[in-house]
Write a protein that binds this ligand. Structure first.
Ligand code: KDG
Ligand code: MG
Length: 403
């Protein structure tokens, strides 16, 4: 038995907010997990401090599955982003501890290496097509093999995915939600022009991706997928809000553009029909919002039965702790597809020293025992929490819409 002696929540804002759970055992081994839920951080802090930590003390750190079930079934109130982010943090920290005790890098506990590196996609965006094109060229120069391309839409002041800082994308940008404006008509006319230009300039060797960010109806998504077919995207992401999984049946009937979805899902149940009916090609659930490694493995294994591959969400709001864990996961599983990789600033990397590295389009997990990510608590304390919200989105007539 490896008794849990103490657990604490660390909130820090080295340029953006992160919530980290640290679990310490009686033997002095500790593990850390990411519990960051962008724009709703303190809800998870409270859930962990008030409702999870009291039950953790005295438990056996080695019983990862039982602890997962204890917090999932034991809460009675299942699912939801707050609950599942809290469970995720516990789970990541416990896997970190187990791997440290075994003196092995985490991927070894997950079955060992299935590949030599984890292919990632980077983020190119610009206010217009020419600027996006310049950014794609930069990412190609940096060695990326896959690039997500987003662009401003003529006639709209701002849109999802277009950032001021080109290297470090950060959508949670204001003390109260900022407002974007949206026009589906303008968007649908413009996006095929972006990919036409990118294919003419860069050919077909580089993988190109695009994120619609839940803004279309199924038939609009079908139209976009069809219009983009000739540009052979790696994937088209989050075309429609996915509360209705059956929406994807309609999209699928009309287009062979590969579809990805799932960054806001938090359980296997959110993706069950999508996977079982083979309505998607990539599942984007990720470690800090979908119940940690224990649940993410379950989703990936289920997806593997239906030829669905993974493409885990990896935005800046995933702390390096999540990235570390994801790179081990991606290295080990058989049905890995691609990993999203938004870079963190040097300031964030200093608070979270880590062993994963990027080279020639791939991430490597490193060989340090555990997930290979730590937190410098003294430094973390210097950056107190700052409230920041994601934007909201309205149609041009003021109607509240999907961001
Ligand atoms: O917190 C929200 C962001 O993580 C999200 O908007 C980023 O859509 C996103 C993506 O694909 O990374
Ligand atoms: Mg997305």
């Amino acid at each position: 038995m490896l008794k849990i002696k103490e657990a604490k929540v660390i909130v820090t804002c080295p340029g953006r907010n992160f919530v980290t759970l640290k679990i310490l055992t009686e033997d002095g081994v500790y593990g850390i997990g990411d519990a960051t839920l962008n724009g709703r951080e303190l809800a998870v802090v409270s859930y962990l401090s008030e409702h999870v930590i009291p039950c953790l003390i005295g438990r056996d750190a080695h019983q990862i599955e039982d602890t997962w079930q204890y917090f999932y079934r034991g809460a009675y109130w299942r699912k939801g982003p707050v609950t599942m982010s809290a469970i995720a943090a516990v789970d990541m920290a416990l896997w970190d501890i187990k791997a440290k005790v075994a003196n092995l890098p985490l991927y070894q506990l997950l079955g060992g290496k299935s590949r030599n590196g984890v292919m990632v996609y980077g983020h190119a965006n610009g206010r217009d097509i020419s600027e996006t094109q310049e950014q794609v060229a930069k990412y190609i120069d940096m060695g990326y093999l896959a690039i997500r391309a987003q662009t401003g839409i003529p006639g709209l002041d701002s849109t999802y995915g277009v950032s001021n800082d080109k290297m470090f994308y950060e959508p949670a940008d204001a003390d109260l939600p900022s407002e974007n404006t949206w026009s589906t008509e303008k968007y649908l006319d413009h996006i095929p022009q972006l990919f036409e230009r990118l294919r003419i300039s860069f050919g077909f060797d580089v993988h190109l991706l695009h994120d619609v960010h839940h803004r279309l109806t199924p038939i609009e998504a079908a139209r976009l997928g069809k219009a983009l077919e000739e540009f052979r995207l790696f994937w088209l992401e989050d075309t429609v809000p996915a509360e209705n999984q059956e929406s994807f049946r309609l999209i699928r009937q009309h287009t062979v553009t590969p579809l990805a979805v799932g960054e806001i899902f938090n359980t296997i149940w959110d993706a069950k029909d999508l996977i079982q009916e083979q309505l998607i090609d990539y599942i984007r659930t990720t470690v800090m919002h979908a119940g940690g490694l224990t649940h993410l493995r379950r989703i990936a294994d289920f997806a593997a039965l239906y030829n669905v591959r993974t493409g885990c969400h990896g935005p800046t709001d995933a702390s390096p702790v999540s990235f570390g864990t994801l790179v081990h996961f991606d290295t080990a599983i058989p049905n890995f597809g691609i990993q999203e990789y938004m870079r963190h600033t040097p300031e964030i990397d200093e608070v979270f020293p880590h062993n994963y590295t990027f080279s020639e389009g791939y991430l490597q997990p490193g060989e340090t025992p555990g997930h290979g990510v730590d937190i410098n608590e003294t430094l973390a304390e210097k950056f107190p929490y700052q409230r920041s919200y994601l934007p909201i989105n309205r149609l041009q007539d003021g109607t509240m819409f999907n961001w």
